[in-house]
Ligand binder design. Structure first.
Ligand SMILES: Cc1ncc(COP(=O)(O)O)c(C=O)c1O
Length: 368
């Protein structure tokens, strides 16, 4: 008998698991999904509240999401035809796979976000997984910090000539951020491929930048989730900025009306509140450093990061996650990334961060 297909593991709340533990989402401390804990911006909440009225609910949304796309086009300084709105960026990944990956060779620079492999496999792509710089893949499929260089990754891409390349920058779960020079160099090894660069976490870094500057020089699709930095995960909104012929093909194939009216309003208002994002992400960077230092002081060895989450080496990630769930603390078990000896921690507010450090310290004490 064929094995039952499994849903891809993510760090988001597992409502079935919470129900089995008799917990509601408000009763847990969520370090497992990488959402800005200070959001959403108050102006977004007000705009959405003001829009909740019978006409907004009963009318179809603007299927071209014109206002939102106009705001994105202004921000990235690209024409509106280069922008597609999505019901989150996971939605756009499905569209990319459907249009460009069937039976094609698809490179997924790994270890990384699991949805790329999921969408590519479901359309029978031939998936290859070259390694991120600074990591190595072992024979058993696990990843360890290692000596892979940027040029070695480039050479692997040049050799395989994939139609599509998925690159997460900064990368989930490692937190590593390639600079414009590094990505430009990498692109030169495979200039004919369609490069999908997922920038879900770019705005959390000290030096945010976007590959959207290159959409006229090759085939690029840049993904920007608004669910993380603006904290809009429940409403679902994100966008792609890309080479116009790719964006046009995606616009035609996208299911109609899939970005709902409230999500469009939330997205447009959020882009009017860039100062809020800059201020909260700067605060989070300081708190991430403080949390890493507190863990180090407690004898742990968190990995460096450029963003709002980081990896922490542990004996057995599944066991650590289970032990913390009992204390209503959720962390990401990284086994599904090929990292069974790491948990991923997304920085929360200082009082929650303190709880996590204490809980991890107590676990260390239990183990010794
Ligand atoms: C790298 C990365 N890209 C995209 C997503 C999905 O984002 P969205 O909520 O925009 O679908 C996630 C969610 O965890 C992610 O980690």
């Amino acid at each position: 008998m064929e094995p039952m297909p499994q849903i891809v593991a993510h760090g988001t709340l597992d409502y079935a698991e919470l129900a089995s533990l008799g917990l509601s989402p408000d009763e847990v401390h969520v370090f497992s999904s990488n959402i800005n804990p200070y959001g959403p911006p108050p102006a977004v909440v007000q705009a959405v509240q003001a829009a909740v009225k019978p006409t907004t609910i009963s009318r179809y949304p603007d299927r071209l999401a014109m206002e939102l796309r106009r705001a994105v086009a202004r921000l990235h300084q690209v024409p509106e035809e280069a922008v597609l709105a999505g019901n989150g960026t996971a939605d756009i990944m499905w569209l990319i796979a459907l249009l460009f990956a069937p039976d094609a060779r698809v490179a997924i620079v790994s270890p990384t976000f699991g949805e790329y492999e999921n969408v590519a496999s479901l359309v029978d792509a031939q998936v290859i997984q070259p390694c991120h710089p600074g990591w190595e893949r072992r024979e058993d499929g696990r990843y360890t910090p290692g000596a892979t260089t940027l040029d070695e990754l480039g050479e692997a891409l040049a050799e395989q000539t994939p139609r599509l390349i998925f690159l997460c920058n900064p990368n989930n779960p490692t937190g590593h951020h390639l600079s414009p020079d590094e990505l430009e160099r990498l692109h030169s090894f495979a200039p004919e491929s369609i490069w999908v660069v997922d920038e879900a976490y770019a705005e959390f870094t000290p030096t945010p930048w976007s590959a959207s500057r290159w959409i006229d020089q090759g085939d690029w699709i840049i993904l920007r989730s608004m669910t993380k930095d603006f904290s809009l995960a429940g409403l679902r909104v994100g966008y792609a900025v890309g080479s116009p012929h790719l964006i046009q093909a995606m616009q035609v194939a996208q299911p109609p009306w899939n970005v709902n009216t409230l999500a469009q309003i939330a997205g447009t208002t959020a882009l009017d509140n860039l100062a809020w994002r800059a201020e909260t992400t700067a605060r989070l960077r300081q708190e991430t450093e403080a949390l890493r230092q507190a863990l180090q002081a407690a004898g742990m060895a968190p990995l460096p990061t450029s963003t709002n989450f980081f990896l922490l080496p542990v004996e057995d990630a599944t066991q650590v996650r289970q032990a913390l769930v009992q204390q209503r603390i959720l962390v990401r078990d990284c086994t599904s990334f090929g990292l069974p000896n790491y948990i991923r921690i997304a920085t929360q507010r200082p009082e929650e961060n303190r709880l996590l450090v204490e809980a991890l310290q107590a676990l260390q004490g239990d183990a010794s």
